[in-house]
Unconditional design. Structure first.
Lengths: 340, 340
DNA sequence: ATGATAATGGAAAAGCTTTACCATAGGGCG
DNA sequence: CGCCCTATGGTAAAGCTTTTCCATTATCAT
């Protein structure tokens, strides 16, 4: 690979001049000289070495994303949002999945630090423990977090509590009283918030919380199926189920069908996230819509602000909306749908 | 951030000694000295700067992935496979989406070259044009391609032609003669191969190709719905449809239902890929299973071989298998299922 | 014609690591 | 007791860029 000296030699100028041409320095360079340099660059197919540049400038134009699992559509969509903004701004993105290895987060933080990443975006998983915090402290000005508020970094938040509340209230509104909940795994704040919204709302409607009606899933359709079956086979079966994400809702619906129940007549089901496939399901899934792409985009925008040192609001909250479809109610006329 | 000199000073040794301790050089270092160095490293929380290291060693332990769109579950799964292997081997991964910008590929190749990536994995999208090829030529020994064979790089292949053939043959076997096809967009070799398999197989079964029965989709459920509607509304409607991926199959099934058709009685539908949700759909989707995770893992393994200079087989072909479910046939007993 | 100023080009340092090569000191052996 | 070898540690170069100061040249004006 040619370096700047090769170019300088070929164009019969100094490396300083080459750099000035490449970086459009305000320091003036004779037009003819510029052309000579550009010609040499073209012939050699020269590109400045980003490693050397990064080393000197303390800027790598690279940020890291740390998420549990890219094959989860929820995170895939967030990552896409991040990338769209990052790419626009000239930043490259490295991706790191933390699941299947508990020590993942710390390892990746160190890795990113070694590689001089300009910033980090976290989503999901668990941030805690003294070690993680102390490591993060050093990077404070370069971290944005999605979906958690208990750590004092800039954050993009989702109203999960409110979303779950709306889902549950919707079920009460259409007459349900025994409402099951298929949540996420321990340690996920998203899962916790969604559960909190559920608890709050049943209490508000004068129903006592029954631990039997609450299960902890693993975000997968399979766990939705398994836990849905448990919920529906036990005595005092719920007439409605809220699942903490759409794939688990699909699993629960499958479980209901396997038991001969008809959705929504015998069992109403509400999901969470509104992944692209949810409206194509049969029945189309009522779900709490999360603007995943926007979440990602907003977090990257924040990080950009952080890097450039601009002032900005440290917390951005995204509202959730309930998409009412046919897994909770028989098809409605448009006019009626509005009230939810 | 502390550097190696800070450590050396603190431990009262030279930087060479520090490096020896850090990199476990065979050059021996007094045990007491080692401990002093390690102590200093711990106190300063020192980590070697990967930029400087990469610059010197010409090795960055980073590879790039260039794909059309991470929010497509097909690619998300491939990326996960790549990452699992890469992570194991200590490599970080940068991700680049090419859709929505035709010049994407070239831009990312240059970017990766600037950043001294140790290798690149391509999947999907279109590689052609003189410029792209000439750029790639310089990188020849560091590129692995997934799903295309017309360029002379090491490749991980999928038997898309055979898969489509099996899907179509299955439909013939259960009595269908008018079989529609919802393919992918122009320029996608995957889409092309799947179409070829379709064409071959209808010909083998003595049916003449009818352009009317073939549509070009965009991989999305929406395009499946739209094109499914077109297919089913026209005269001489097909009794079966093969979709080039699962989301489009879901769309087509929704279209059928909207028209009052029952799947599989009035219309049989086969998808492609077998994404996790496919078996949870209603009816569970018959589909050509692609081992996406393995595809990604295999490509990264190849790239690792390429990097280490080991000999390896330059082309790895993955077979596809037909998952027969209830979108083509009423539930079968296990024994019967075998024959497909 | 000469001095001053503007226009342009160059040299060198900093950023951080690894490693080949060199230097030193101490111990063992003759 | 002196020499040599071995064990250990140090020095310096290479890898490539950007940018700050300097230096040079040429042109213009007096």
């Amino acid at each position: 690979m040619p370096n700047i000296l090769d170019v300088a030699l070929k164009a019969h100028v100094s490396i300083a001049t080459v750099s000035r041409v490449v970086n459009k320095s305000h320091h003036k360079v004779n037009l003819a000289t510029q052309e000579r340099v550009r010609e040499a660059i073209r012939e050699l197919d020269y590109r400045p070495n980003a490693l050397a540049k990064g080393l000197l400038m303390k800027k790598t134009m690279t940020i890291g994303i740390i998420i549990p699992d890219i094959s989860n559509p929820y995170y895939a969509e967030i990552v896409r949002g991040i990338q769209d903004v990052a790419d626009q701004a000239g930043y490259a993105v490295t991706l790191h999945n933390t699941d299947k290895k508990p020590e993942g987060i710390i390892r990746y933080i160190y890795l990113l630090r070694e590689k001089s990443a300009d910033g980090i975006i976290f989503s999901g998983g668990i941030i805690n423990g003294q070690e993680t915090l102390s490591i993060l402290k050093e990077l404070r000005e370069r971290v944005v977090v999605i979906g958690r508020h208990e750590v004092d970094f800039p954050a993009v938040m989702v109203d999960n509590i409110g979303g779950a509340a709306r889902a549950v209230q919707h079920l009460f509104d259409i007459g349900h009283r025994r409402i099951g909940f298929i949540g996420g795994p321990d340690g996920s704040t998203t899962a916790l918030d969604r559960l909190t919204g559920y608890k709050n709302t049943i209490a508000q409607n004068g129903v006592t919380f029954s631990p039997r009606l609450v299960k902890k899933g693993m975000w997968t359709p399979k766990s939705g199926y398994l836990l849905g079956t448990e919920l529906l086979k036990g005595k005092g079966r719920p007439t409605a189920i809220v699942a903490a994400n759409d794939p688990m809702a699909f699993g629960a619906i499958k479980a209901a069908k396997a038991l001969g129940l008809v959705v929504p007549k015998d069992l109403a089901v509400v999901g969470f996230d509104d992944i692209p496939l949810s409206s194509y399901f049969d029945p189309p899934l009522t779900t709490v819509k999360i603007p995943m792409h926007d979440l990602g985009a907003a977090s990257m925008t924040m990080l950009l602000n952080l890097i450039s040192g601009e002032k900005f609001k440290k917390v951005k909250l995204f509202k959730t909306t309930l998409q009412v479809r046919e897994s909770t109610v028989e098809p409605l006329k448009k006019a009626d749908r509005k009230k939810y």
